[in-house]
Write a protein that binds this ligand. Structure first.
Ligand code: ASP
Ligand code: MG
Length: 424
């Protein structure tokens, strides 16, 4: 017997037929004698609709505060998950499975006060474990919890992945299965490179980089949590026949296992290629070269909640001034420029240039720690395709390269092949 948390994403519960199919997946594990908790997302498209409703409401007249009350945003957008949790419980009951639905506050899943992007602070696992003992399947609304102000809080878009991993950690589950519309984590986006391969395993650290650098399978926060609590997490498809051979395999179900790197025997140098479109590059010229300048530039940007990514500062030629280039999401460019403009005189810099429509392509692999020349290989491969590199950042296990947007697909395919990822 094992303890399993099963999470089903929006496309997996998109209509009543699919909810019924999800119930069959759950039933399979229950009949195998496992203790099961299920976490569900809203039906696909539902959260977008709810978000749009809130955004389209009239704003408070004369107020320059956040354009709506984030607590009410949460009250509205958390409702999508409530619906699917109830429907799945009904579907399970109709199949003879003992199940009931739970909303975040009923468990309770306690969060911090950051409405709209809350973090889970605490889940008391003993409550769910007691239900397991009674043979009942808990169907839990993902994406939501309760904040210290006693109001519903949501965890940021894609947050039900995080709900699932956090619950798995709280009940010390043997496995957390994230069911989605793809059958695992791929070496790169198969829509760009059809030769992309499904990875049997990927380490927590690599998955964290993949998710942070653009791969959209999992919410970044969920991977962080899985890494910290060492939750063995599977990414697998809900669209396969729930009763196909091997689907109920305890140790090796079909999908990608995200696990500790020690578990990965055949480690490649490079594991995957990720990309993020819609980056913008901002360049400051003649930035005065003295202590406190970087803080003077980036603190106000951080305070304005602008996510600054790659930062490149040049060596000063005359000891008086230098150049600084960094990237922000394209959607934040005008906000960033306004903040910079405000601080221009106090900090001291000359020209602000900005370029939209950049992409960041990243090469990821823990094997890089012990292999030289991985970055040089990427640069040469891109040069051979005449792709110009605008900025580079590296860490122990990744290289990120900023390029012009229209070259994204070519760059992804080029890097995927130069590291042999398309070889089966
Ligand atoms: N329904 C929420 C969203 O679309 C949470 C989730 O699906 O993970 O962001
Ligand atoms: Mg998702």
């Amino acid at each position: 017997m094992a303890r399993i948390v099963m999470k089903f994403g929006g496309t997996s519960v998109a209509d009543l037929d699919r909810i019924h199919n999800v119930a069959r997946h759950v039933k399979r594990e229950v009949e195998a004698g496992h203790e099961v908790a299920v976490v569900v997302s809203a039906m696909s498209g539902k959260t977008n609709e709810l978000v749009a409703w809130v955004q389209n409401m009239p704003k408070v007249a004369g107020s320059n505060a956040p354009f709506y009350d984030a607590r009410e945003y949460d009250a509205v957008v958390a409702s999508g998950e409530q619906v699917t949790a109830g429907l799945l419980a009904v579907a399970l009951q109709s199949m003879g499975v003992n199940a009931r639905s739970w909303q975040g506050w009923q468990i309770p899943i306690k969060t911090d006060t950051a409405h709209g992007a809350a973090r889970i602070a605490d889940i008391d696992g003993s409550f769910l474990i007691k239900r397991f003992g009674e043979g009942q399947v808990a169907v839990i609304a993902g994406f939501q919890g309760i904040a210290p102000d006693n109001r519903i809080a949501t965890l940021g878009r894609g947050g039900s992945d995080t709900s699932a991993v956090a619950i798995a950690a709280a009940v010390k589950a043997d496995r957390c299965d994230i069911y989605t519309d793809v059958d695992g984590v791929y070496t790169t986006d198969p829509r760009i490179e059809p030769k992309a391969r499904r990875l049997p395993k990927i380490s927590f650290e690599e998955m964290l980089e993949m998710a942070s650098l653009g791969a959209k399978v999992l919410q970044v926060r969920s991977v962080e949590l899985a890494m910290v609590h060492k939750v063995r997490t599977f990414v697998r498809s809900s669209f396969e026949d729930p009763d196909a051979p091997g689907m109920g395999d305890l140790l090796n179900p079909p999908g990608t296992l995200i696990c500790d790197e020690d578990e990965i025997v055949e480690q490649q140098v490079v594991t995957g290629i990720a990309y993020a479109k819609d980056e913008a590059q901002i360049s400051l010229r003649r930035v005065s070269d003295r202590p406190g300048v970087a803080a003077g530039i980036f603190l106000p940007l951080a305070e304005a909640n602008i996510n600054v990514d790659m930062i490149v500062q040049n060596i000063s030629e005359d000891g008086k001034s230098t150049d600084m280039t960094f990237t922000v999401p394209s959607s934040d460019v005008s906000k960033a420029l306004a903040v910079l403009e405000k601080n221009r005189d106090t900090v001291g810099f000359d020209v602000v240039q900005h370029d939209d429509g950049m992409s960041k392509v990243s090469v990821i692999g823990i094997g890089m720690r012990s292999h030289a020349g991985v970055a040089a290989t990427a640069f040469k491969a891109l040069a051979d395709k005449s792709i110009n590199i605008r900025a580079i950042t590296t860490s122990e296990i990744k290289i990120s390269i900023l390029i012009d947007g229209p070259y994204t697909e070519l760059a992804v395919r080029t890097l995927h092949s130069v590291y042999g990822l398309d070889k089966h």
